[in-house]
Design a protein around this ligand. Structure first.
Ligand code: ARG
Ligand code: ZN
Ligand code: CA
Length: 256
């Protein structure tokens, strides 16, 4: 593909009236869209913190995002839907994605990236559906306190990287450690990410070596690891190629 593609986004804010903080403000939503655009275009200010050995792999994916300006029936919209729920929180069971279960139905998922923002229970920051799944649950779900960089966004997940990570999954990226626990046989199907044992948390010190991947070690600064938001700041060229292949394939409806 030549040129940038910009994906229309609808944000469903599913909130309990007894928990007003769940009804996040438009400024918090706008901060998240800006972060997505910075991160997917390698225009994030902290890209300078990528260790020198990986700077040549930093990728501008040529993918951008914007809040929808037209709804499913062509009506003007600000791309934000607010729905009240009686539930105190949700988990990764997709109940937030249907009004019958206290959530909100998606807009047509071949035309919009649906983002549900709500309270998530336990330690869950967010979850995503990979391409090829059921249309009525397609999209990503993000905990309100891990969404955007203002309002209720709370450290250490206050820089919008949970959404960057989950949209990576939505565009077919696997975790950088290959989802094999702590093993060295898992594969993220991307050639330019080092083989890595398990996930990293916090903000590791370079280098962190596993699976004989020295001297540079794990690419823990990658959005598809599990570090703090301030510790992740890049996609690789290989990951960009894989996401763009998804846009030419199972998510090709976004290119028209
Ligand atoms: N699904 C992951 C979780 O809930 C998201 C991790 C996002 N990481 C981050 N630094 N924001 O744990
Ligand atoms: Zn993940
Ligand atoms: Ca592994």
């Amino acid at each position: 593909r030549v040129g940038v593609v910009s994906i229309p986004v609808v944000v469903h804010v599913v909130h309990n009236p007894a928990r007003p903080e769940q009804n996040i403000g438009a400024d918090q939503i706008h901060s998240q869209i800006e972060i997505l655009n910075q991160d997917f275009r390698a225009a994030n200010p902290d890209v300078t913190k990528v260790p020198p050995v990986w700077k040549s792999l930093v990728a501008d994916t040529m993918i951008e995002f914007h809040l929808a300006t037209r709804g499913p029936n062509g009506e003007p919209t600000d791309g934000i839907v607010r729905v009240e729920t009686q539930r105190m929180g949700f988990t990764h069971d997709d109940l937030v994605k249907s009004s019958a279960t206290g959530g909100a139905a998606p807009w047509p998922s071949d035309q919009y990236l649906n983002i549900w923002v709500c309270q998530l229970t336990g330690g869950l920051l967010g979850y995503a559906q990979f391409p090829g799944g059921p249309p009525d649950t397609d999209g990503v779900v993000i905990r309100h306190s891990a969404f955007g960089s203002t309002g209720t966004a709370a450290p250490p997940f206050h820089l919008g990287r949970t959404t960057t990570h989950e949209v990576g999954h939505w565009l077919n990226l696997f975790h950088i450690w290959g989802d094999d626990g702590e093993g060295c046989s898992g594969d993220d199907k991307v050639a330019d990410t080092p083989n890595q044992a398990g996930n990293n948390t916090g903000i590791p010190i370079f280098p962190h070596i596993s699976c004989n991947n020295g001297p540079n070690g794990d690419m823990f600064v990658n959005y598809m690891d599990y570090t703090d938001d301030a510790g992740m700041m890049m996609f690789t060229s290989g990951q960009s190629t894989r996401m763009n292949a998804c846009l030419e394939g199972p998510r090709a409806s976004f290119l028209v």
